[in-house]
Write a protein that binds this ligand. Sequence first.
Ligand code: HGY
Ligand code: MN
Ligand code: MN
Length: 409
Amino acid sequence: MGSNLRIDGERLLARLAALAAIGATPEGGCRRLALTDEDRQGRDWLVAEMRSLGLDVRIDAIGNVVGILKGREDGPAVIMGSHIDTVGTGGRYDGALGVVAGLEVLATLRAAGIVPPRDMAVIAFTNEEGARFQPDMLGSLVWAGGMTLDAAYAQADAEGAGLGAELARIGYRGPERPGFLPAGAYFELHIEQGPVLESEGGGIGAVTGVQAITWLELTLGGKPSHAGTTPMGYRRDPGLATARLIVFANELTGTIPGQLANCGVVRVSPGNVNVVPETVTMTLDLRNPDDGGIAEAETAIRRFCAELSARDDVTIALRDLARFPATPFDETLIAGIEACAAEFGLPVRRIISGAGHDAQMMARLCPTAMIFIPSIGGLSHNPAERSTDADIVAGAGILLAAAWRAANA
Ligand code: HGY
Ligand code: MN
Ligand code: MN
């Protein structure tokens, strides 16, 4: 058994389309921000699909949705997963692919009447994106014991809505203890979200690990004053300081090898055209494959903030939103993915992940690996995010083969 098992591509694509219809945006993408009604609808859909497959459906206290195919014996489960929440301008595949493909693997085993040696499961983790509540990968971080439930529940979005209250509001504050299902191995199928695989003619990515991520929130405080009557030399302008900080972070990417920097949020108060701002809240998303490099970038930014505060006579307060080290994946599982791709006659290459993933957290618990398929144009976190049906089906086939190999190891 095993080598002749094949997923049902049409069934997989139909489920992906059904999920993409939930929170669909006019631009052709998806908007299912964590713990919104759209996220709840996606969760309800997933639970119904899991139940239709006869899986044992469990919801844990941080809202992770778990579908379990019982195995013959007790023992650590082979888990597949990802997330169904999206960023505000999300696409159809980021996260959804890994959850729906995991479902397809279990559906394939069920349809063949196969009982795996030990439990196999698919998990949709809560709030992977970190777009509404920080940090990102929050549900898998709690699952892996890296954040307490109390700390997670206390997170609030930009409007002040609490994570715990929102989880209860949508009915997904479940009874299970996060991490209740012991994991023997974890696999995540995901779109690459970058241009590498496509630029090399396509194929499968055997992901070697995830780069380090640091998210900072900076609150800059000045003095609100009239934009027409206040001489430039008298201003304490956090808006100007913010602009200087964004340029500084960007220039670091030219001096620190592998360094990336993004400012995705700038909230100005009072936000009136004719008022020198009182406060600006901004975020910096720093990434680097090397822990030393990202630490160097953060140190430089903190030092620049001290200089900027004196220069522009503004206050600058920093708050951590996320901080995750570079995370390597399991060599045996990576080699297994390469072998599965070769058996399917698919080109495969090793690749590091630029994006954060729930696999980054599951790697704290068990041998973990990811499978990438190409993103058309390398585009993601964009409604135009697309992958070909052929790559989607091929990726899910590798997920089945790799997970089954691990289940029988
Ligand atoms: O931010 C990330 O890399 C992921 O999309 N949450
Ligand atoms: Mn993702
Ligand atoms: Mn994402």
